[in-house]
Design a protein around this ligand. Sequence first.
Ligand code: GLY
Length: 295
Amino acid sequence: MDPVIIVHGGAFKLLDEEFVPSEQGVRQSAQAGMAVLSLGGSAIDAVEAAVRAMEANPIFNAGLGASLTRDGKLEVDASIMDGRTKKFGAVACVPDFMHPVSLARAVMEDGEHALLGGPGALAFASEKGLSHFHRTDLVTEGALKRLKRIRSERADTVGACALDSRGELGVAISTGGKTNKRSGRIGDTPIIGAGFYVDNSVGAAGATGDGEAIMRALLCYRATMFLKEGLSCGSAARESVSMLDRETGKKCGIIMLSPSGETGLYHNTPHMPWAIASAGTGVKSGISSEKSVLP
Ligand code: GLY
């Protein structure tokens, strides 16, 4: 099986100066995931590596530079899911954490619980030897500016779906959540079936956009059910985004990957940086489904 990875950097309206760094960032993320896959690594390792690359890049709303609560706190959500075992790990509302996707992975591997939140998640991170950061290391000028502008429509997330050479699928997503959110607010990112879903026999999906609407629509589970009904990844992505719009009046984006390596993406926001890497075609990318700004 030829490995494939699809990633996105959030569905929202980019500022002009964010076009190039956002497309570069998703390409780097897809390359980080493909580096794992091309050495025979697992889909789960690949999506974790791809999301970590975006968490470390302050252009994205995840990890370093994640959006802030209305009282200036950094509280992040993340999840990861294995398409073979259908086990997942998720963390919610974790203060000052650079790589919540790896904390979610540790929750999945540990297996006692599936979703950990707040200070308890931080205590678990210490037990597992995962580093906690000081708030000042993670809060960027960009995040403070966003809070000042109160761009509350910005509820973007980063995400990755991968297929490895053994035919296993995985998905991981990570976010700072909505800018100017109430402290304690948890979005769709750590909620199975809403922000993420994967089943090796059906496909994988990762969502971005208004978390409250994505939870109401149970977006990713329903998107994968469209695949089960026989839709292509592209049609399932378009149908699920339109369904959310009809049912909630909100905007979002989604990436999808089938068990045969077919990819699909759709968004009804002005932009959603994305990249796809596969052994056959190298890396393709754009800042929306229509437009690329890189040569
Ligand atoms: N989709 C990110 C959030 O609403 O938290």
